[in-house]
Design a protein around this ligand. Structure first.
Ligand code: GLC
Length: 719
């Protein structure tokens, strides 16, 4: 074992010969060995790290995974899985985020940097045991010390590097469906948004835009004038976002296939031949994204589409998903043939059934192919969790080569920590189930803890049919998530906002308008989280020290100033909320009408009609609110409202930048620093300082006093 000190608070214990995942960027210096802090190690088989939890300790983290924010009571596997049924008994979703924070009498963070399967038994087998197990003995274990969870998270965010920043338009509403099959269908979606006056920034192209599901091709029958069409849609205010899948179709004369084959860029089987498995197009090869040359090659292929005016992508099926291999299919067919005309008893029938069901994403297949890492042949199973990460890294790096200073929209389905530097993620194939709205809420802070800021779920649910109430409540939550996209599976009920009855359309429009009005705040908080190594969504207890806050999993702190309390139950016209301090409640029906109510610290039941979005403003905090428009580019925020709840004094730093380039990385941005101070019972002083060339000219203040009265004032910003 080697021990490295990365910062005063972060230590790396390096066992054996770990694979460099490049999740952590900070190198650190070697220091004298000492036993792994907090954990007992058992290395009889593989390695397991054991920690005795006290009854009250909470375990936060694990990014994209099931169950609650507090992971206790569950068993989880980090093994990127393409499984569309996210039921509570499942152990993994699409990503592998091995970071958690133990919080209580002893508080620390741990990151298991190991690219194969990791099992986290968080008090499942034994109530008070946290056991983290891997099958090998080569692993880097990072221990992050600190007093409080947030401090530990920030320390962690600091060593894994800055999160990805999408272009500002990607904070607008986005509409997707598998699939809008051709130009007419996509055009109609755009027109419907315009007709119904519902703001929207992007429309998605799912697999059917491609010619027989081949990456970087376009079906010219369905999209005969792709470049002109992209322009036509952009002129109307919509960007088109095509999907890119991991598998490359085996087809003679298809350039991606031919080049990959010639250059030896695909993963290989045991005999060194390109590995074959089927996905959408049928038999495919899989680019070896763990090889930097392959990444550059594949990454530059995105140019085929950027040359046609495309400015954003979603990378899919990159766990990688494998429908079947010839081996799996053959086994199943043989068994089926042998079963023909037989009287199958329960066991033989189950076996037959399982053989077909287990053909997809089988472990045997994952163990049957190889990567070439620096000339060394490494079995895929050992590095499984790096595949989606490196596909998106390939895209991120490629897009930087294509246009070095432009921000592209990019997000992925599978990921590992480190990928957060290249793109965001969506949470995969959820369902139109209320349970998944709640899961979506709970997952957001865990993802932020792992560096993933640009995140969101398929609003309304991907699988299954959504009803008017679920789409409304879900949209009313998603207006707060950085990635705000409605997406649904083939064969499901139409889920675009305009596909519902008039009354629902009106509710969805109001919610989406609120989103656009909140963009000055949402963008400011997003970029500050990114720059200051902070979380955009936090559990209450990351800011409030009281014991009850630790138990709240269905309310979130949003940025610095707000708390949100989404309604996530059917037929409910309200919900319980817990307030760790006095706050102001603004129930938004229409963001242009504002009435405020002071709610005292403690437990309350609040009524929330289907046409209301509850937003709480914390004590001594302020936020900014603009106006909606048809899309982000046409927002006019020369005039902003500053809404504050002031007991003593409140400061808000309103960040903005060009939203299009990477100039923010060299410090180019604008800031308005607003400081409000109470000096008598009902009088306030306001100070404004502006840095950079802000476009904001006027600030309309609404300062809510502790007696509930609102003080209004308008100030202009001097250039
Ligand atoms: C996968 C994706 C889903 C997409 C579908 C077809 O299931 O997760 O979002 O619509 O593939 O491409």
């Amino acid at each position: 074992m080697n021990l490295y000190k990365l910062t005063e608070k972060v230590f790396k214990y390096s066992f054996g010969k770990p694979i460099n995942t490049e999740a952590v960027l900070t190198k650190g210096e070697k220091v004298k060995e000492e036993p792994l802090r907090y954990f007992n190690i058992d290395s009889t088989e593989g390695m397991s790290f054991n920690y005795k939890m006290t009854k009250d300790q909470i375990v936060w983290g694990l990014g994209e995974n099931l169950r609650g924010m507090n992971k206790r009571g569950g068993i989880y596997e980090s093994f990127c899985s393409d499984d569309p049924r996210h039921t509570p008994d499942k152990k993994s979703l699409y990503s592998a985020h091995n970071f958690l924070v133990v919080d209580g009498e002893e508080t620390f963070g741990v990151f298991i940097d190991y690219p194969g399967k990791v099992v986290f038994d968080v008090g499942f087998s034994e109530e008070n045991s946290l056991v983290i197990a891997i099958e090998e003995k080569d692993v880097d274990v990072y221990i992050i010390t600190g007093e409080k969870p947030l401090e530990i998270v920030r320390e962690f965010l600091n060593i894994i590097g800055e999160s990805y920043a999408p272009p500002k338009w990607a904070f607008g509403y986005q509409q997707s469906r598998w699939s809008y099959p051709n130009e007419e269908a996509v055009r109609e979606v755009g027109d419907k948004f315009i007709e119904n006056s519902i703001p929207c920034d992007a429309i998605y192209l799912d697999i059917d835009y491609m010619e027989r599901f081949k990456d970087f091709t376009i079906d010219e029958t369905a999209f005969p004038h792709f470049k002109t069409f992209t322009k036509e849609m952009k002129d109307k205010g919509f960007r088109l976002i095509p999907i890119i899948d991991a598998g490359v179709k085996i087809e003679k004369d298809y350039d991606v296939y031919e080049e990959g084959l010639e250059k030896n860029y695909f993963c290989s089987d045991a005999e060194g031949k390109p590995f074959v498995a089927a996905v959408w197009p049928g038999r495919c090869h899989f680019p070896d994204f763990l090889n930097p040359q392959v990444r550059t090659w594949f990454g530059l292929k995105y140019k085929v589409l950027t040359d046609l005016g495309i400015e954003g992508f979603w990378n899919d099926m990159n766990e990688p998903a494998l429908f079947y291999t010839d081996r799996g299919l053959k086994d199943a067919i043989n068994l089926a043939k042998a079963s023909e005309n037989r009287n199958l008893d329960i066991y033989s029938f189950f076996k037959l059934n399982d053989t077909f069901n287990n053909m997809t994403n089988s472990l045997e297949d994952y163990k049957s192919f190889y990567h070439n890492i620096n000339g060394e042949k490494i079995n895929h199973y050992k590095v499984h969790n790096l595949y989606g990460y490196n596909m998106t890294r390939a895209a991120g790096e490629g897009l930087s080569l294509i246009d070095s200073n432009k921000r592209f929209l990019l997000f992925s389905r599978a990921s590992y920590i480190g990928m957060h530097r290249y793109g965001g993620i969506w949470t995969g194939d959820n369902h139109s189930w209320w349970e998944h709205l709640l899961l979506n809420i709970k997952m957001m802070p865990s993802l932020n803890m792992c560096g993933f800021l640009y995140v969101g779920a398929d609003t309304g649910g991907f699988g299954g049919n959504v009803n008017h109430e679920l789409i409304t409540r879900w949209t009313q939550f998603s207006i707060f998530t950085p990635l705000f996209r409605n997406h649904a599976a083939m064969g499901t009920r139409k889920q675009e906002p305009y596909s519902f009855e008039e009354s629902t359309i009106n509710l969805l429009r109001s919610a989406i308008e609120l989103r656009y009005a909140l963009i000055p705040y949402i963008y400011s908080e997003y970029m500050k989280s990114l720059k200051n190594k902070d979380m955009y969504f936090k559990p209450l207890s990351f800011e409030y020290p009281d014991d009850f806050s630790k138990r709240v999993e269905n309310q979130l702190l949003l940025g610095d100033s707000l708390m949100i309390t989404p309604v996530y139950e059917e037929n409910s016209l309200g919900r319980y909320v817990y307030l760790p301090e006095d706050m102001v409640l603004w129930k938004v029906k229409n963001y242009q009408e504002r009435t405020y109510e002071i709610v005292k610290a403690g437990h309350h039941y609040i009524d929330v009609d289907l046409n209301e979005v509850p937003i709480f403003i914390r004590t001594d905090k302020a936020f900014v609110l603009g106006k909606h428009s048809k899309n982000v580019e046409s927002l006019n925020n020369e005039e902003l409202n500053v809404i504050a709840f002031v007991e003593n004094e409140a400061t808000y730093v309103c960040y903005d930048d060009d939203g299009a380039t990477k100039d923010y990385k060299v410090g180019k941005h604008e800031e308005i620093i607003i400081h409000i101070k109470k000096f008598k019972d009902d009088e306030f002083t306001i100070e404004i300082e502006s840095k950079g060339n802000t476009k904001v000219k006027t600030l309309n203040f609404e300062i809510i006093n502790t007696d509930g009265r609102v003080h209004s004032k308008t100030l202009s910003i001097k250039p």
